[in-house]
Design a protein around this ligand. Structure first.
Ligand code: ADP
Ligand code: MG
Ligand code: MG
Length: 210
């Protein structure tokens, strides 16, 4: 099994659906420790991505991902726009000219995306950000890749890891972004951006299993 260009297109479409459905939930999470716009931001960004998909859907995976990143960068403000934008733009680099991805290529794509976010946002593990999901997910996939797992099995494990990692943000104190202004009062709440990162991995798994 490989991930095809069509899977990538379907993934982005599903992300747009998920961020419409989860808009109010994400916004509520962000109201607890931020300014209450995260759901609106993700929903707006992925609606724009969806609008532009028909014009890029027949291009290679790198092109589609780069376009997604630029769209998020230009349509989503705040912290998450540039960070998710960077994720896709960096993920696009290793998938340039590719029509499909095997597990090592998928792993590389997510690794570069994740490293881009870490570089741009300078968050460390434990800072209660989306990086607390991206980094362990990539580590999990790298282990699976060495174990020669099938992509579907590897992604199922990655989703499990993402869900655990997301839950672990609840007890963290935020050290980056708006939530950090709350200091200790940020403890006890799930991070909105990490929730979005988990939803994106979950959507990718759903697309390859349907
Ligand atoms: P804003 O905080 O500007 O309103 P959003 O509400 O859309 O933007 O996004 C907030 C999310 O962005 C946080 O939950 C966190 O996961 C993520 N975030 C904030 N700062 C950073 C950072 N420096 N590195 C990684 N992620 C960050
Ligand atoms: Mg916000
Ligand atoms: Mg904001």
């Amino acid at each position: 099994m490989v991930i095809t260009r069509q899977h990538i297109v379907s993934w982005l479409q599903l992300c747009a659906e998920v961020f419409t459905e989860q808009r109010d939930f994400l916004t509520r999470l962000d109201s607890d420790i931020g300014d209450g716009d995260h759901g609106l931001n993700m929903n707006r960004g992925f609606n724009k991505v969806l609008e532009k998909l028909p014009s890029v859907a027949d291009k290679d995976i790198g092109f589609i991902l780069k376009n997604t990143g630029m769209t998020l960068l230009s349509s989503v403000g705040g912290a998450s726009g540039p960070l998710f934008g960077t994720f896709f733009i960096r993920a696009a680099q290793s998938t340039n000219a590719k029509q499909s991805l095997d597990l090592p290529a998928l792993c590389q794509m997510l690794k570069e995306g994740s490293e881009g976010v870490v570089m741009r946002g300078k968050a460390e593990p434990g800072d209660k950000t989306m990086c607390d999901v991206w980094v362990p997910v990539v580590e999990q996939l790298e282990r699976d890749r060495q174990g020669n797992l099938d992509i579907i099995d590897a992604l199922r494990l990655a989703v499990d890891r993402a869900q655990q990692a997301l839950e672990s943000t609840i007890t963290m104190q935020a050290r980056k972004g708006r939530a950090s202004y709350l200091g200790e009062r940020s403890i006890g709440h799930q991070d909105p951006g990490a929730t979005s990162a988990m939803l994106m991995i979950q959507a990718l798994y759903q697309v390859v299993t349907r």
